[in-house]
Design a binder for this molecule. Structure first.
Ligand code: SF4
Length: 87
């Protein structure tokens, strides 16, 4: 059973219930804007991490269940470096 938040993301993306978000949607971070505030890491730790050099690393094609947290991460980013969109 899908998480309710996941369905909301699917609806906003114009996808039907059978479509996989991960098949169409991608996460992109503009690393020229990113200042490693790590708000995204707190919001979606399964997708965004800081490596040993305090540089942001992320999964550009995360699992469907992660998308509600990713939307939260994008809203939380103080420099709006996170873009969500179709491939
Ligand atoms: S919240 Fe924004 S600025 Fe901070 S690490 Fe994430 S993408 Fe970079």
């Amino acid at each position: 059973m899908r998480h309710q938040g996941e369905e909301a993301v699917r609806h906003r993306a114009g996808l039907t219930a059978g479509d996989s978000l991960g098949a169409l949607m991608r996460v992109r971070v503009d690393m020229t804007l990113c200042q490693t505030h790590a708000q995204c890491v707190f919001a979606a730790p399964e997708v965004f991490t800081l490596n040993d050099d305090d540089e942001l690393e992320y999964d550009a094609t995360p699992a469907d269940a992660s998308w509600p947290a990713i939307e939260q991460a994008a809203r939380a980013c103080p420099v709006q470096a996170i873009a969500l969109g179709e491939d």
